[in-house]
Write a protein that binds this ligand. Structure first.
Ligand code: MV4
Length: 447
């Protein structure tokens, strides 16, 4: 039904979407900033339109420029990828109002899940377990102090318009409430133009486990099992895997059912992710829903052998999904290769790649937009590749990953990457045992 899809993104995800479109016989339109003129997504798309200057606000976030590109190319649909406009309800609405199908949920669904307090209230109504706390927004400092007495310290303050960890504050005792409440509110106002904050019990040393879901336009929802994303640093994921080493068949059954309940409660259309915190007793709590394809979708694709981008496009075209759930038949691990220096606080280190050797062989997948001679622009995020290892067992997947990382050469003046970090992680005793929580990176030291 779609003849042509415009991809409102760049980098590896733009390439990823182009690849599936090719396989489906759908024409593609790349949009690009002047900084990305030489990018592979521009080269591999059937058509390409320059949409502005390097800065994201002038290009990949510029709705009028993107809509103009969709119009002049006669595109049927827009794939937003992740980041940029992927969870912008206004953009989704504008696309659909202009007769260009937004490949993703409706503006209403994005809004509902984008406001975390609304999302939590919706989940409570649907019977999905949420982190204990106070319902609704905090009305005042006095309200925060009284609420914390009920919830019990430690508590965490979060921005309702936030997500992904921005503007969060942990409060350990009452004497620390005032300064944390004030800074959380100020940060929320500055970052999201919305100073609404809410309170939860702070779950100590949780696992971050998310469930992939898909829903069609006819109300059918299924889940595709979990990804463990506990290896994060400053709320940036570094490694994701599926299945989670912390998972049990019973927990997967329960979390899968809760995720389906969550997505069904809003008649969710598209692929999405339900993020849960899981405590040491394997109690799980809804945290937020991501209404987009995620960076780490590849690990799910590999363990269930399924093209999630194809599924997104089919759902957007109005096809029905089967409704059966998917369970891992393989083990996959993804390492994010960023142009960052792991010996120097993961500081971004862009530059021009002079030497590139990409790993391959059995059980190796590389999703990347870089090539020898490519200049990593300083304007966007620093992820330059995703390296995914797939095997029948976790142990073998780690061995394959280590081998692949050892073959990976990315060199150029000033360029540092996260490869040395991943090599050390794959040899870490606790990681190999599958013993890690979201606190893991706080104590990880590079050798
Ligand atoms: C929490 C939490 C503990 N208790 N909420 C961080 C990202 C954002 N989505 C929510 N986050 C957390 N919320 C409660 N009630 C701990 C974190 C958290 C975290 C979560 C997932 C992965 C890494 C993390 C690192 C620090 C804190």
């Amino acid at each position: 039904m779609f003849k042509k899809i415009l991809i409102a993104n760049r980098g590896e995800i733009a390439l990823r979407v182009i690849r599936t479109c090719r396989e489906m016989g759908i024409k593609t339109v790349a949009v690009y900033s002047t900084a990305d003129k030489e990018s592979l997504h521009v080269r591999f798309a059937d058509e390409a339109v320059c949409i502005g200057k390097p800065s994201s606000v002038d290009s990949y976030l510029n709705i009028p420029h993107i809509m103009a590109a969709a119009e002049i190319t006669n595109s049927d649909a827009i794939h937003p990828g992740y980041g940029f406009l992927a969870e912008n309800a206004k953009f989704a609405q504008i696309c659909n109002d202009h007769g260009v199908k937004f490949i993703g949920p409706t503006a209403e669904m994005i809004n509902m899940m984008g406001d975390k307090v609304t999302a939590k209230e919706t989940m409570i109504k649907a019977g999905v377990p949420v982190v204990p706390g106070v319902e609704g927004l905090l009305e005042s400092l006095e309200h925060a102090i009284q609420s914390a007495k009920v919830v019990g310290y430690p508590v965490i303050l979060k921005a309702t318009a936030g997500g992904g960890g921005k503007g969060m504050r942990v409060v350990w005792k009452e004497s620390e409430m005032e300064k944390n409440y004030t800074t959380a509110k100020m940060e929320a106002a500055a970052s999201f133009k919305n100073d609404g904050i809410y309170m939860e019990k702070f779950v100590e040393e949780p696992h971050h486990i998310e469930i992939q879901v898909a829903g069609d336009q006819f109300g059918t929802v299924c889940h595709m099992s979990e990804r463990d994303c506990s290896i994060q640093r400053r709320h940036q994921k570094l490694v994701e895997e599926s299945p989670s080493p912390f998972m049990t068949p019973e927990l997967r059954e329960a979390m899968g059912a809760a995720a389906i309940k969550a997505a069904s409660s809003i008649n969710y259309e598209g692929v999405g992710t339900i993020e849960f915190l899981v405590d040491k007793h394997r109690n799980f709590y809804f945290m937020e829903m991501n209404t987009r394809i995620q960076v780490e979708h590849c690990v799910t694709e590999e363990v269930i052998s399924f093209d999630l981008i194809k599924e997104q496009i089919k759902i957007a075209m109005g096809e029905k999904i089967s409704g059966k759930n998917y369970f891992p038949i393989m083990h996959a691990i993804e390492c994010r290769i960023n142009a960052e220096d792991p010996y120097n606080d993961f500081r971004p280190s862009p530059g021009t790649i002079k030497t590139l050797n990409t790993p391959g062989g059995h059980g190796v997948r590389v999703d990347s937009h870089v090539y020898s001679g490519y200049t990593i622009p300083p304007y966007y995020d620093s992820m330059i590749a995703k390296l995914i290892a797939v095997a029948r067992t976790r142990e073998e997947a780690i061995d394959t990953m280590y081998r692949a990382l050892s073959e990976y050469i990315i060199e150029g003046p000033g360029i540092k990457t996260t490869i040395p970090f991943h090599l050390q992680l794959m040899q870490d005793e606790n990681f190999r045992k599958g013993e890690f929580t979201t606190k893991f990176m706080e104590s990880f030291k590079m050798k």
